[in-house]
Design a binder for this molecule. Structure first.
Ligand SMILES: Nc1nc2c(ncn2[C@@H]2O[C@H](COP(=O)(O)OP(=O)(O)O)[C@@H](O)[C@H]2O)c(=O)[nH]1
Ligand SMILES: [Mg+2]
Length: 331
């Protein structure tokens, strides 16, 4: 996991308009808004969101995670803070990426319900109500399904492929895994560990942790100002992270089943080839130039490597058990 130690938990002196936050107090709802250079958007989105939340309950907070923005986000937030008492600003020292920013938000969110929402104006604050209704209706995580996507054509297509592949690989039903708008109960957030591009797979990880996950149709608007930060490079990294997710959700508890299995397969084939070569040698044939000899040796070495890797992984799992993750109730 990337280092989070350098995150400033409280606004620095120049954000004096924002009050210090008592971390042990709980509130009804926390909206976490990751923002990377979204100053003009925040100026519109934050007040709108506060307005909507105020219709549901008084005790909420909007936690903007400024991920190393260089566009005057802090100043805008300080200004907003003068008019909105529910505002919190978490400033990261540099740009860590959306997953790490969300994780930093998780670590400080005080809400019984945690809402994730993009800061660029694409997610509509009014839709939060629908998601909250979803939670009332029994879901643990309600994730927005953008019915009419307002993104560029390329993005819409890559996104469709990505959603199909994710659903196939993970075996989890869903049409819009990476929507920025989500609401979850606090328990769903607690075991999540986000880094890299894992924020794309929150529904997968939550479902795997045993929570009820559902998609709810939401409106999606064009970006208010600026451009999308998610280009091609991040898209590909997202696919690598799909492998990570697949691995985490399938083999975390039993890595030796993967590595050991592969190791036995390689070792077995290699061993068979070497036995064959040994027999030929005994029969008096020269085997020095036989490809099977090389392949046999290679496979045996690879097999041993995989087995030891699997045992190491098993050791790590063994010592990292967190018993509270599995427990739903205990009385
Ligand atoms: N904290 C943080 N937020 C980011 C980063 N990149 C994008 N975001 C935020 O994530 C949200 C969605 O990003 P956006 O560029 O609109 O992606 P798109 O909607 O998928 O095109 C916006 O609120 C961005 O400010 C980042 O590196 N760090
Ligand atoms: Mg966007």
């Amino acid at each position: 996991m990337p280092e989070l130690g350098t995150i400033s938990a409280h606004p620095r002196g120049d954000d004096a308009a924002l009050p210090e936050v008592p971390a042990d107090e709980h509130v009804g709802i926390t909206v976490i808004m990751p923002a990377f250079n979204e100053a003009p958007n925040l100026a519109q989105v934050v007040p709108r969101t506060a307005e909507v939340l105020a219709t549901v309950r008084d005790d909420f907070e909007i936690l903007v995670v400024d991920d190393g923005s260089t566009d005057g986000t802090a100043e805008i937030m300080a200004e907003l803070g003068r008019h909105h008492q529910h505002l919190r600003l978490l400033r990261l020292r540099r740009n860590y990426g959306k997953s790490t920013a969300l994780q930093a938000g998780f670590d400080r969110a005080r809400g019984e319900v945690v809402v994730l929402m993009d800061a660029d104006g694409q997610d509509q604050p009014e839709e939060i109500i629908k998601l909250l209704d979803g939670l009332e209706g029994g879901l643990d995580l309600a994730t927005g399904r953008r019915v009419q996507r307002n993104d560029r054509v390329v993005k819409r297509h890559t996104s469709r492929i990505y959603n199909r592949v994710t659903s196939k690989v993970t075996g989890i039903e869903g049409e819009d895994f990476n929507s920025g708008l989500k609401a979850m109960k606090r328990e769903v957030m607690n075991p999540l560990v986000l880094y890299g591009e894992l924020h794309r797979y929150i529904p997968v990880l939550a479902q795997w942790n045993g929570f009820r996950v559902g998609e709810i149709d939401v409106e999606h608007a064009p970006r208010l100002h600026g451009r999308s930060k998610f280009g091609r490079a991040r898209f590909w990294r997202g696919f690598l992270d799909l492998l990570t997710v697949k691995f985490i959700t399938t083999y975390t508890g039993r890595p030796f089943h993967l590595f050991g299995g592969l190791g036995i397969a390689f070792g077995g084939i290699g061993g068979a080839l070497l036995t064959w070569m040994f027999v030929l040698k005994l029969l008096g044939q020269g085997i020095g130039d036989r490809p099977a000899l090389m392949i046999g040796v290679l496979f045996v070495v690879v097999g041993v490597q995989l087995m030891t890797l699997g045992l190491l992984a098993e050791l790590i799992v063994h010592f990292r058990r967190d018993p509270d993750v599995f427990v739903e109730g205990d009385r």
